[in-house]
Design a protein around this ligand. Structure first.
Ligand code: GDP
Ligand code: FE
Ligand code: FE
Ligand code: FE
Length: 196
């Protein structure tokens, strides 16, 4: 695993070492697989493969940052204070970019936006946003009913993959009676609904 361009003053080896130190082995392996899947989706969709591979690698950099650090950063760094009503499932994308900028020194807006949108999706999504969002959902370590269908759809058409994921995640969250982040619903209304 190496990144030719890191979009950071840090080297590929330094970024990999910092990421490894910030999460457990299981999460790290997931990030490696999301990186590889992002690279494949980039190739299929005419996007910069190395940039996609890096964005996929760092997407969950902050997933295991302690809750107290998140609460402090949300309050001190001018984030929407409504975020305090949510949890790490929502924070690690939207607020996680703060830790990526701080620790990995990645400031590329496309990469940071893709991380920001990787959990909820959004109405507006760039090609890189869609690549990371879908790679996270279909990477080879994912095993859930529908994942094969998700892979098939996504490899055929990235936008349809986005619609499929948003529909299935929303249905799952509602089934479990979880609180839905409004952006997830907005994204579903844009990408998920049948257009006929
Ligand atoms: P991961 O970080 O690789 O586990 O994957 P994601 O970042 O895509 O998702 C993290 C968790 O957030 C998953 O369990 C999702 O189902 C969940 N999630 C996604 N959208 C929402 C939402 O609107 N509300 C809540 N409560 N959870 C969500
Ligand atoms: Fe995530
Ligand atoms: Fe995701
Ligand atoms: Fe992930």
């Amino acid at each position: 695993l190496t990144f030719k361009k890191t979009y950071s003053p840090l080297s590929s080896a330094e970024i990999i070492a910092k990421e490894k130190a910030n999460m457990d082995e299981k999460r790290f392996e997931h990030c490696v697989r999301v990186s590889e899947t992002s690279r494949e989706l980039a190739k299929l969709n005419g996007y910069d493969e190395d940039k996609a591979a890096l964005a996929g690698f760092v997407h969950d950099y902050a997933k295991q940052v302690p809750v107290e650090q998140y609460r402090k950063v949300i309050k001190e760094q001018d984030f929407d204070l409504d975020l305090l009503n949510w949890n790490r499932a929502i924070w690690h994308g939207i607020v996680g970019t703060y830790f990526i900028e701080r620790d990995l020194k990645i400031r590329d807006p496309e990469i940071l936006t893709a991380v920001r949108r990787h959990t909820t999706g959004d109405v507006k999504m760039t090609t890189l946003d869609k690549i990371v969002f879908m790679a996270d959902f279909i990477e080879p370590g994912r095993h859930f009913p529908g994942v094969e269908e998700a892979r098939k759809i996504t490899y055929a058409n990235l936008d349809e993959g986005v619609g499929y994921q948003l529909t299935h995640t929303l249905a799952f969250l509602i089934e479990e009676r979880n609180k839905i982040y409004p952006r997830t619903i907005d994204a579903y209304n844009f990408w998920g609904i049948k257009k006929d």
